[in-house]
Ligand binder design. Structure first.
Ligand code: ATP
Length: 300
């Protein structure tokens, strides 16, 4: 048995000491692959694919042992079940894969090379829309009227808008107050804001599966976090119970924020350039640093 292990290692080392001729394109290829692998590892770390990776590592170790000891039946089964397992993984991780591809699309490679996009406005929604949202959110907070407002950014939320009642109405604080008024047909669920207009009301949002979310937060807040996990939207929640205004972004909730904090988050969401860089590159680090200050701990 010892000889078998030694033989395996010697064969492996003999293969590893072969030094091929390295050309410029090989270096470029290695750099590209390094970057891609780094991004995949980051993605795995931030999603439940981390558990999948752990499972794959255990399986790989098991298969390695089987290869060393020449357990042919196990090797045969492993070889033939790879396709089935890959298909199963794609089905199970479909939401995460979709989100990863959407993020790739968000970056707009061409746009980041070109300094400007002709014919496109610099802001997503006007200052007046921003102020109307702030005004209505805190007015509803004062009156303890529950509300859920999704402000769309780069990722289109058409499929979530389709779960509600189509509106296409110019946003104003009065309209917001009216929509979320108790016992009215449109008060339940979320509204989706695109630009300066309310696209849809009574929309159903995906609930977050995050086990770390405080038990004090009910389904309205969980839906806000869920929506921010699957998109880059800024989701504003007004608690019916406490009147607190919170914002969910990037899978985290910033609970009980002030008027000024909500305004500055909306300013960031408003600028098209800012929102694009807020999900990529070094800005992410700044954003993370910033969010630690006012983020409500979700594990209490
Ligand atoms: N998946 C969802 N999508 C959209 N809206 C939802 C969803 N789930 C719940 N809601 C909204 O949240 C309301 C229920 O809020 P609930 O009291 O459970 O949550 P909460 O987080 O404790 O909020 P509050 O502090 O306002 O009580 C529902 O009436 C509905 O309007």
């Amino acid at each position: 048995m010892e000889q078998r292990i030694l033989g395996f290692i010697t064969k492996y080392i003999a293969g590893a000491f072969y030094i091929p001729r390295i050309q410029v394109m090989d270096v470029v290829e290695v750099l590209i692959l390094t970057f891609l692998i780094y991004r995949v590892i980051l993605w795995i770390k931030n999603t439940k694919a981390w558990m999948l990776l752990k499972g794959i590592l255990v399986l790989a170790a098991f298969i390695l042992v089987a290869a060393i000891f020449r357990m042919n039946t196990i090797l045969y089964l492993a070889k033939n079940s790879v396709t089935v397992m890959a298909t199963a993984a794609i089905i199970v991780f479909q939401p995460e894969l979709r989100r990863a591809l959407e993020k790739l699309g968000e970056r707009k490679l061409l746009a980041s090379v070109l300094p400007f996009e002709p014919g496109k406005e610099k802001v997503r929604f006007s200052g007046s829309t921003r102020e109307n949202i702030v005004e209505a959110a805190f007015a509803m907070g004062k009156a303890k009227t529950g509300a859920l407002i999704v402000v769309e950014r780069e990722i289109q939320l058409t499929e979530y808008a389709a779960t509600g009642i189509h509106m296409d109405c110019l946003l104003s604080s009065q309209v917001l107050l009216n929509i979320f008024e108790h016992n009215t047909p449109l008060h339940d669920g979320a509204i989706i804001v695109r630009g300066n207009r309310i696209v849809s009301a009574t929309c159903y949002l995906p609930l977050s599966n995050n086990m770390g979310i405080s038990k004090e937060l009910g389904t309205r807040h969980r839906a806000a976090i869920g929506m921010s996990e699957v998109s880059d939207a800024l989701v504003i929640v007004v608690s019916e119970e406490t009147g607190a205004v919170s914002v969910a972004q990037g899978g985290s909730i910033f609970w009980g924020i002030t008027e000024e904090e909500l305004r500055s988050r909306l300013v960031l969401a408003q600028e098209k350039k800012e929102s694009r860089s807020a999900v990529s590159g070094w800005k992410v680090a700044e954003w993370w640093k910033g969010r630690r200050k006012d983020e409500k701990k979700t594990d209490k």
